[in-house]
Write a protein that binds this ligand. Sequence first.
Ligand code: CAA
Length: 387
Amino acid sequence: MNVGIDKIDFFVPPYFIDMTDLALARQVDPNKFHIGIGQDQMAVNPKSQDIITFAANACHSILSEEDKQKIDMIIVATESGIDASKASAVILHRLLKIQPFARAFEIKEACYGATAGIQFAKAHIKEHPSSKVLVIATDIAKYGLYSGGEPTQGAGAVAMLLSKDPHILSLAEDQVSLTQDIYDFWRPMGHDYPSVDGPLSNETYIQSFVKVWQEYQKRQKASLTDFSALAFHIPYTKMGKKALLAILENETEEEQSRILSRYKESITYSRRVGNLYTGSLYLGLISLLENSSQLSEGAKIGLFSYGSGAVAEFFSGRLVKGYKDYLHTTFHKRLLDDRKQLSIEAYEEMFSEQLDIDTDNTFSDVLSYSLSSVKNTIRHYKEPSPK
Ligand code: CAA
């Protein structure tokens, strides 16, 4: 049975900063951010937008009434959870008006979570072929003003509907996972920002990729030429390239150029958004599919998922005939182009305004789904008016 991604969409908040502005404000050569890190813009969110509103806005345009009746599981992957007990998937179940007899839960393993969600969804659909599963990756990547990680922040969500006979990507049963207990990036309870060992995180990312790739090649008797493209978790766009270069050394120049060209297409959106944590790999997949003219039906795409801490996984899928008809390229161009550019002063102000959950408050935000109020520590959301 073919199971995979039937629909996919993303949402990013409607504000961004330009990385030249950030570099100049931090007295850094702008080339460090544009070339050394590989980021041109960075998404910023106001406190009236959170992981729930990103997720709901990402799902809004792709779910039909029939999907809402058939979805029997909602999995939200996040490392920016808003509650230690209640899963954000439960709130989204109500906001998205999914039929009641569904399972809803949240999973965590840094940026890897959505991949665990996809594998769980795939196994569930194989057991229950009429089911559809909604997997949502939603996060706010914040390292703090003036921190080393500041140029690698971002915010947003990717929503994926998995089903049998999918219209976009049919997933193979070939995943290779790797777990290593390493403190490269972690966020203890109660801390607003993560603790990061930058060089160790880069190193662990690369060695994890090389390990799962080598194991994959051994188990599947596969080589790079079997793949039309590889998509990576993208904490910043230079990161995936560093990992890729580690396995390209012995490849022909032509092969190197082919794989690197696809990589460039996969980072087009991330260069303008920054790190989405759980959603980054999947934003990379969308970017690849929407910006490459070199892919066709049946093309095999390799996906490398990495979550600090650390869990990594390499798996693959094949593009389904007619997949282009299920993409939203024009809409995404508009979503990115129509965002408002903030000055660094405005960004710092927006960044520093934390939501105080212990003080009742009301908000007015133009987004379809956004926070309307906080009362008695409960977040209330504005919903779009019925069509
Ligand atoms: N022109 C061009 N390039 C320049 C430059 C200039 N003027 N100045 C510096 N550079 C280059 C450097 O040579 C370096 O390139 P290489 O990595 O290819 O050598 C690059 O810019 C970055 O420079 P530094 O290493 O000096 O940068 P830094 O110390 O400021 O830290 C960072 C970079 C470690 C990524 C930091 O931003 C960080 O800690 N980010 C968060 C952690 C992270 O994203 N880790 C990635 C792996 S972990 C993961 O993937 C999970 C996740 O999502 C968090």
